[in-house]
Design a protein around this ligand. Structure first.
Ligand code: PGA
Length: 251
């Protein structure tokens, strides 16, 4: 069956000492928390090896991106193999900030996915519409296309390793959350798109996280929806108490 997951996305925040301190704090809090979900932190590349050295196996570790090439003359890039060699087990791919600011297309994301999977990393694959698409009513088609173009080249076995995250771009970092109903409607839609390709069993086993201004005060209502399997948390993942407050939404 699918897992409930709360994953932090630290984005471009914290220096190395700050990041290691935050990871230690989350790790300690998790030890005594009796969490009813898997908990993951996704940190900047520079932090991965150091963070991996100070956390226990109960806390998952992931990167926020990886390169679309395996190795070679790509100055400044970080490969999936490099990420895996730090001990990280997950990688966020297709975050809207990557799509929007760094021109990541579905074609690029397919390369990244293949490399992530080949290196044993579990992708957290993000989809989501912008405000204009929410307002003009095309959001279901937009997200369907992102899922189809990004993921449907995968075999059912490969797809089984993917965690999805629905993050409406208009809700990211804006303090404006989708309503629990809007999240549920989209998650059910995504699950039906997956079922159409891979069958109901695979769809039912896929974890679909919600992301966008998730905080302790709204997580419980959103996570209570049947097709919402947890959250991808940005801003609130940078404060241990807030992040653990969201983890506690599963009880
Ligand atoms: P937010 O970010 O929680 O700060 O809105 C979520 C994300 O972008 O993953």
């Amino acid at each position: 069956m699918r897992k409930n997951i709360v994953a932090g996305n630290w984005k471009m925040n914290t220096t190395l000492p700050e990041g290691v301190a935050l990871a230690k704090e989350v790790n300690e809090a998790l030890k005594s928390a009796d969490a009813k979900c898997d908990v993951i932190i996704c940190t900047p590349f520079t932090h991965l090896a150091s963070v991996n050295a100070v956390i226990d196996s109960k806390l998952g570790l992931g990167a926020e991106n990886c390169a679309d090439h395996a190795s070679g003359a790509y100055t400044g890039e970080v490969s999936a193999a490099m990420v895996a060699s730090t001990g990280a087990k997950y990688v966020i791919l297709g975050h809207s900030e990557r799509r929007q600011y760094y021109g990541e297309t579905s074609a690029i994301l397919r390369e990244k996915l293949a490399l992530a999977l080949a290196n044993g990393l579990q992708p957290i694959f993000c989809v989501g519409e912008v405000l204009e698409q929410r307002e003009n009513g095309t959001y279901n088609d937009v997200v369907k296309a992102q899922v189809e173009e990004g993921l449907f080249q995968l075999s059912a076995e490969e797809f089984g390793k993917v965690i999805l995250a629905y993050e409406p771009v208009w809700a990211i970092g804006t303090g404006k959350t989708a309503t629990a109903e809007q999240a549920q409607d989209m998650h059910a839609h995504i699950r039906s798109v997956i079922a159409g390709k891979y069958g109901q069993e695979v769809a039912d086993n896929t974890s679909i996280l919600y992301g966008g201004s998730c905080k302790p005060s709204n997580a419980r209502e959103i996570f209570a929806k049947p097709d919402v399997d947890g959250g991808l948390i940005g801003g609130a993942a940078l404060k241990c108490a807030d992040f653990m407050g969201i983890v506690a939404a599963f009880d």
